[in-house]
Design a protein. Structure first.
Length: 207
């Protein structure tokens, strides 16, 4: 199981502020964007580099630039949109795809309603979704990408439950999971405990 828990002090501090029930939508969105940017450094740590000649104000030099496949950021609607801006600030040249899934409140199973992707050839895809709860939606999103020819996929979440990690790892053992926290368990409604509530509602101020 390729699980990476990113425990940087700044991330953990900001996550604690997000968990507080009195944190409003504006602060919640800002903190989510900041944490996403910080997590993005770790998610992209293994990007290959290649040498490139440059001219500094003093003279010629050899620098490094990212080589190889281009990156696509794929938020899972709707909560994944809260992580998009942070990733695009880190990687402005990234393409963006969108996957629409919702969780049936009775069966807790994912239901697909939208998928729009750029060209998938020779690209690295990073799926972003704040909560990895049951894992059904994330696993379904990854399956949708693979059916469209995507071969290189990472999953980036803010808070995860062991059940969700197990679900994704079982369905897609080749996909690395990055998260800021691995919480205790899911409650009877499929919410992460202690979690931070419904991320989509807290991002958009809905209930």
């Amino acid at each position: 199981m390729a699980l990476h828990i990113i425990s940087h002090p700044l991330i953990q501090h900001k996550l604690t502020l997000m968990r507080r029930k009195e944190t409003g939508s504006g602060d919640f969105r800002r903190l989510l964007e900041e944490i996403t940017l910080l997590m993005g450094y770790e998610v992209t740590r293994d990007l290959p580099l290649e040498p490139v000649p440059i001219e500094t104000p003093i003279g010629p030099a050899e620098g490094q630039r990212i080589a190889g496949r281009k990156i696509v950021i794929v938020p899972v609607l709707r909560a994944g949109l809260g992580m998009l801006d942070g990733m695009l600030k880190l990687i402005p040249s990234a393409r963006v795809g969108v996957i629409g899934l919702f969780r049936d409140p009775k069966t807790l199973e994912p239901v697909e309603y939208y998928c729009k992707l750029p060209d998938t050839a020779d690209r690295d895809f990073i799926v972003v979704d704040p909560m990895l709860a049951t894992g059904g939606s994330s696993a379904a999103a990854i399956t949708m990408l693979k059916k469209r020819g995507v071969q290189h996929i990472k999953l980036m979440c803010l808070v995860s439950a062991p059940e969700g990690v197990e679900c994704v790892s079982r369905a897609h053992p080749d996909v690395e999971i990055y998260t800021a926290a691995l919480d205790d368990h899911l409650n009877e409604h499929g919410y992460i405990v202690p979690g931070l509530g419904d991320a989509g509602d807290r991002i958009f101020g809905t209930k």
